[in-house]
Every structure is written in structure tokens, then in C-alpha cells.
Design a protein around this ligand. Structure first.
Ligand code: XBP
Ligand code: MG
Length: 261
């Protein structure tokens, strides 16, 4: 059995509740600024999360939700080909701008246990990486505004967004991160929060720990090596929802036990 060399973290939903309090808010701000009368509710957004990637999610909304909501297909300002791609890209760029602004305002804190786990991993010289479908600038904004400017350097690889052609649930982003670190899957442990996330990490043959959130608590996590409420803290124990773990909070020692199991 290989030794555990690296922890690879998803971002949205795993490190922070960025979907509800960050991305959703930013999408709606972008729609308003563009003069569109679209408003995604928190409930609708839960359905839209079936598709990863913000540009892909806008298209999914227009294809599968807009027509049934409005009784007709979306047909303005540009519905075809290149003009439409540009329209979606423009909306998404505005959304990214608003998202970064929200992070700068401190709108989304890191989830329970995240800072403690990063700190412990760094002190033990454990290698760290990120594998996410979100835009790279969003990762920088979340990390720097919650952990400080230097925190970007804590991660050997930040694999994000369009760096690979196929986003999660495809395994490409994890393959990319592992290759960049020159490691094998059996030397790493992945952290995810969603069904699409675990499809991606398992597709790359990675042992995977899940921390659920309100959007993903009913997702299917077949193959998960451990499912937790969150990483917990010494004075704020986590709940173990599935898997073999007696610890009351997730530490590097827990990570090593799950990796070896
Ligand atoms: C995250 C995503 C992202 C964000 C939006 O999924 O699907 O698309 O919701 O970010 P995961 P962008 O946590 O599985 O990586 O708008 O920048 O794409
Ligand atoms: Mg996620």
C-alpha cells in the first residue's frame, strides 16, 4: 500500500458553502445587470447544480427550465451559434466579477474544520492540491479572502475551470492534478461534496471523503470511503454518516486511516 502523499480538495460545497451564498447570488446579480428578468431561486439552483460549470449551467437553464417556466423558448438577444456563445460568456464574466466582489466582502466563510486541517497538513509537509470546475479567479478570491494572500502558494496545483475540456463528472480535472504532481491515484485522497464530484474523483481511482451540505445531503455517493457532515472541530464534533471512523473530528490521522483502509 502506498503512503499518503497528497490531499486534493474540491472547492464549491467542500471548502465553503459557495454555491448558495456566492455563485447563486452572483448569477442573479449578473442577470439583473444585463437587464434580464431571470431570477434563480435557491430551490431552482439546487436542480441547476446537476450541471457543473457556470456557462454550462446557464445553457442548461435555458434549454430545460426557461421554456417550461415561460411557455416559450428563450429567443433574445441571440439564440444561435457564436452570438449565443458570446452572450453566455459575457453573462458569465459578469457573474465572475460579482462573485469575486462577494468574496472580497467576506460573504462566505470556510466550512468547519477546513482551516485546522490545512494547517495540520502544512505542518506535516503533506502536499495539497485543488480540483474544481469553478473559474480559477474564483478559487483565488475565496482562498485569499479567507486565508490570506499567501494561501495560494499552499497548493502545489490549482486545477480549475476550463483547464480541461470536460468538467466534472468527468475525471479529467483529477487526472490533471495528479499528473501535475507526478503522483499516482493511490498516493492521494480526494475531498468532495457532491454526486458529480465523486463520479469525477472515483473516475480517477481516488479514495474519496465526502462532506455533505444542504444541496448535496440526498445525493448518491456510491463508492465513498467516508461520508461526514463536515470536518468538525475538537469542540464541535462531526457526524459520521457512512464509513468506519471513530474520530470526533477529521484530522490528518483520520485521512491516513481512511487512505490505508
Ligand atoms: C462547482 C461548479 C461551478 C460553480 C460555478 O462544482 O459546478 O461551476 O458552481 O463556478 P464542483 P463557475 O464543486 O463539483 O467543482 O461559474 O466559475 O463555473
Ligand atoms: Mg463541489
Amino acid at each position: 500500500m502506498s503512503q499518503l502523499e497528497a490531499l486534493i480538495f474540491d472547492v464549491d460545497g467542500t471548502l465553503a458553502d459557495t454555491e448558495r451564498d456566492g455563485h447563486l447570488v452572483a448569477f442573479n446579480m449578473a442577470f439583473k445587470e444585463a437587464g434580464l428578468d431571470w431570477h434563480w431561486s435557491a430551490e431552482l439552483y439546487g436542480d441547476l447544480l446537476a450541471v457543473t460549470g457556470g456557462k454550462e449551467r446557464i445553457r442548461y437553464y435555458l434549454d430545460d427550465f426557461y421554456p417550461s417556466e415561460r411557455g416559450e423558448k428563450f429567443s433574445s438577444p441571440a439564440t444561435q451559434d457564436e452570438a449565443f456563445i458570446e452572450f453566455v460568456a459575457g453573462l458569465h464574466a459578469a457573474k465572475t466579477h460579482f462573485y469575486k466582489q462577494l468574496m472580497a466582502e467576506g460573504a462566505v466563510p470556510l466550512r468547519s474544520g477546513v482551516v485546522r486541517l490545512f494547517k495540520e497538513a502544512r505542518e506535516a509537509n503533506m502536499r495539497l492540491a485543488i480540483a474544481t470546475t469553478t473559474t480559477p479567479g474564483n478559487v483565488t478570491a475565496l482562498l485569499t479572502h479567507t486565508l490570506g494572500e499567501d494561501s495560494i502558494d499552499w497548493f502545489e496545483v490549482i486545477a480549475a475551470g476550463d483547464i480541461v475540456a470536460a468538467k466534472k463528472p468527468a475525471a479529467d480535472i483529477y487526472h490533471y492534478a495528479i499528473e501535475q504532481m507526478n503522483l499516482k491515484p493511490e498516493q492521494c485522497l480526494a475531498f468532495e461534496d457532491s454526486h458529480n464530484g465523486i463520479l469525477s474523483s472515483k473516475g480517477a481511482d481516488l479514495k474519496t471523503v465526502i462532506t455533505i451540505n444542504d444541496y448535496t445531503k440526498d445525493h448518491e455517493f456510491t463508492g465513498a470511503d467516508l461520508i461526514l457532515s463536515d470536518f468538525g472541530e475538537p469542540d464541535q464534533p462531526m457526524s459520521v454518516l457512512s464509513g468506519d471512523c471513530d474520530d470526533s473530528y477529521f484530522s490528518l490521522s483520520t485521512a491516513r486511516k481512511i487512505h490505508q483502509a
